[in-house]
Write a protein that binds this ligand. Structure first.
Ligand SMILES: [Zn+2]
Length: 62
């Protein structure tokens, strides 16, 4: 039995796949509130979510 807290990363309601690890990213659209990401899940359903600006980690640069 696995007991992991996935509250920060929503999962697909159909198959339980973590949405932040999609097998296929269809498109990304920048908006004023963040990045809207469209992906196709492993179960074949298209998912879309918003990555808020504040949640994106800065990897480097100024
Ligand atoms: Zn799925």
């Amino acid at each position: 039995m696995t007991a992991r807290t996935e509250s920060q990363h929503p999962t697909c309601p159909d198959c339980g796949w973590p949405l932040h690890r999609p097998p296929e990213t269809l498109s990304r659209h920048r908006t004023s509130e963040g990045t809207v990401v469209y992906t196709r899940c492993v179960c074949g359903r298209v998912r879309a979510w918003l990555e808020p600006v504040g949640a994106i980690r800065l990897l480097g640069g100024a």
